[in-house]
Design a protein around this ligand. Sequence first.
Ligand code: GRF
Length: 212
Amino acid sequence: MDRKRVAVLISGRGSNMAALIEAAKDKTYPAEIALVLSNRPDAGGLLVARAANVSTEVVDHTAFRNDRDAFERAMQAVLEKYRIDIVCLAGFMRLLTGSFVERWQGRMLNIHPALLPAFKGLDTHKRALEAGVSIHGATVHFVAPQMDSGPIIAQDAVSILPGDTEEILAARVLEVEHRIYPLALKLLAEGRVQVVDGRCLIDGAPVPAAAS
Ligand code: GRF
């Protein structure tokens, strides 16, 4: 089997990255984590990746001041060096330019801790609690130029329960994230995802609720 070469882009602790690394340990998984790339030298996830014998690189955005193009050119060079097929954003806290997004169109995923298109942006759990919604969740989607948008590949929900705090809810959603990100990457790496009119089809059918 020709496993796709995946780069996971992180800025922090990297628990989703760790879930992808774990899934890819299975030799039948259709992707290998060939690189973990961080824009922050102090990202905790780098240590986790190294401990798992995954190659790591840092492209520190602060070295590029506000030159986003130069920052992205540097990232692109690293991605090419590692012959990356698919990019997974996993808590990567830099906005990407349209040209970088376009270059990776159909080959770059992101995970967002909410049921998109609800609660784009930051502090999703706090905002979900404040809004009084009864369900919340996580979404894996193709990256499009607008933040937290793009065709949805996998999504699953959790109930909001009495007594939930932001932290308790975040932990419950994180379990979903760790389950659906490896699932979505698998579907993409197996070539089972098609985008038609801005929506994903999996094996030709609409996206189902993620299997638990
Ligand atoms: C996750 O909640 C992810 O959905 C969001 O940022 C957080 C990153 O957490 N985009 P981790 O670094 O994967 O632990």
